[in-house]
Design a protein around this ligand. Structure first.
Ligand code: NAP
Ligand code: HSE
Length: 429
């Protein structure tokens, strides 16, 4: 049986999952596919670190050359994370004529054109199913199955850590820090979890999805980014009173040749199909012009689901090697996609004002909103305070982001407003 040598860069959460999957399912996969994937070398920082799984010491190395220059290694599997040295190793793998499988969304989102050019120049395959959605086959779905469609909308929960935190906070009332610590202990979070909670990881993933959907590179820095940091427990509680649940959403919408791309906490109705995506699960609601709506759901983080995607890619790379074929193109179009500025985005909004409880305050606030063309859908005021501030919660009809920002800047200057207004965007469709 043909053997294909694999070099693993990294033996952390995902690398260990891949090693274990190939140890447990290797024989089954060899019988099923006719090819045996053999891990020849593994790059780590510290070969003496105590690890949960047993790996022969002699295949561990701290020298990237041991993999990149080994002629028996035909596929390099990058599972280190971070931009450098991961990106350089990927480029060097292509130069050495190897195919690359990676789970590294940061490298792809921030240096996609450079990495794609290197793959194309070398005539080698770049496989990255695990970079978005963990075990959910979203990359192949967009690249292959839905390739014939104009993708009108992507509405997605793409970060398992944030969704886990939100679920634990919303359903169990767990404090943010405790929920994050649990997500880290379960291997969902990035090595630097600020990437997750800042929204950056979701932005990286949306950049990859939008690039595949619209056919030209969508740079991460052009995507609006807001993470969980500003979300407070009272907003989760008020949102639920209005029948909404908070989710960190990655959104892409195409209309009249313009595409809006944004990541932010979003209130969705309790009955929305993504409201039931809980814990570390991810959900992808796609809308294509011919296919209509497609929903994908599954575990978006963790060793085992992610290893499932990585090994699926290893098998694709192996088939490419065996067939002697050239990989198909990832991007077709040279023209940059036209991105809509965030200021022009139209949405419904949730506001929580902190205001002194005095006659006329509400009319001050609603007067400013009215002057900026923002129409109120409903209002509640909680509690009664003789001296201190009270929360006034308001939902709006559709309004333009630029108008909302101007109105809130004015409102927050009022003497009767005691703290910056909290804003959340609402999505109903
Ligand atoms: P991790 O647990 O932090 O593991 C990183 C591994 O890479 C470790 O084995 C580490 O070696 C090695 N490494 C890091 N920097 C190195 C360097 N400069 N030289 C040599 N070895 C180095 O990370 P992970 O969670 O497995 O994530 C890996 C990648 O998969 C990231 O790109 C991440 O975004 C992506 N991803 C993760 C998940 C998930 O659920 N965790 C899901 C999808 C995608 P030591 O073991 O010696 O420290
Ligand atoms: N930290 C990422 C998440 C890993 O929580 O979704 C999967 O990409």
């Amino acid at each position: 049986m043909r053997e294909i040598g694999i070099g693993l860069l990294g033996l952390g959460v995902v690398g260990s999952g891949v090693y274990r999957l190939l140890s447990e399912n290797g024989e089954f996969l060899a019988r099923k596919t006719g090819v045996r994937l053999v891990i020849k070398k593994i790059l780590v920082r510290d070969p003496n670190k105590r690890r949960a799984l047993e790996v022969p010491r002699e295949i561990l190395t701290t020298r990237a050359e041991d993999l990149l220059q080994d002629p028996e290694i035909e596929i390099v599997c990058e599972l280190m994370g971070g931009i450098e040295p991961a990106k350089s190793y990927i480029l060097r793998a292509f130069s050495a004529g190897k195919h690359v499988v990676t789970a590294n969304k940061a490298v792809l989102a921030e240096h996609g054109p450079e990495v794609l050019s290197a793959a194309e120049a070398a005539g080698r395959g770049l496989f990255f199913e695990a970079a978005v959605g963990g075990g959910v086959p979203i990359i192949k779905t967009l690249r292959e199955s839905l390739a014939a469609n104009r993708v009108r909308r992507i509405t997605a929960i793409v970060n398992g850590t944030c969704n886990y935190i939100l679920t634990r906070m919303t359903e169990e009332g767990l404090p943010f820090r405790e929920a994050l610590a649990e997500a880290q202990a379960r291997g969902f979070a990035e090595a630097d979890p600020t990437l997750d909670i800042s929204g950056r990881d979701s932005v990286h993933k949306l950049a990859i999805l939008a690039t595949l959907a619209y056919g030209s590179f969508v740079p991460a820095e052009r995507i609006y980014e807001e993470g969980l940091t500003g979300l407070e427990v009272p907003d989760i509680v008020f949102a639920r009173e209005f029948g909404f649940v908070p989710k960190l959403l990655a959104l892409a919408r195409e209309e009249n040749g313009q595409v809006e791309v944004r990541v932010h906490p979003t209130l969705i109705p309790e009955g929305h199909v993504l409201a039931s995506v809980r814990g570390a699960f991810n959900g992808f609601l796609l809308e294509g012009d011919f296919v209509g709506e497609v929903l994908l759901y599954g575990l978006g983080a963790g060793a085992e689901p992610t290893a499932s995607a990585v090994v699926g890619d290893l098998l694709d790379a192996a088939h490419l090697i065996l067939s002697g074929g050239r990989p198909g193109p990832i991007l077709f179009r040279e023209n940059p996609v036209r991105l809509k500025p965030m200021e022009d985005v139209v949405s419904r909004y949730y506001f929580r004002f902190s205001a002194v409880d005095r006659p006329g305050v509400l009319s001050n606030i609603s007067g400013i909103l009215g002057r900026h063309g923002i129409s109120i859908a409903s209002v509640i005021q909680k509690g009664r305070q003789e001296k201190g501030p009270v929360p006034i919660v308001m939902l709006t009809h559709e309004a333009r982001e630029a108008d909302v920002r101007k109105a809130l800047a004015e409102i927050d200057q009022l003497d009767v407003v005691t703290a910056p207004t909290k804003l959340l965007r609402i999505l109903e469709g």
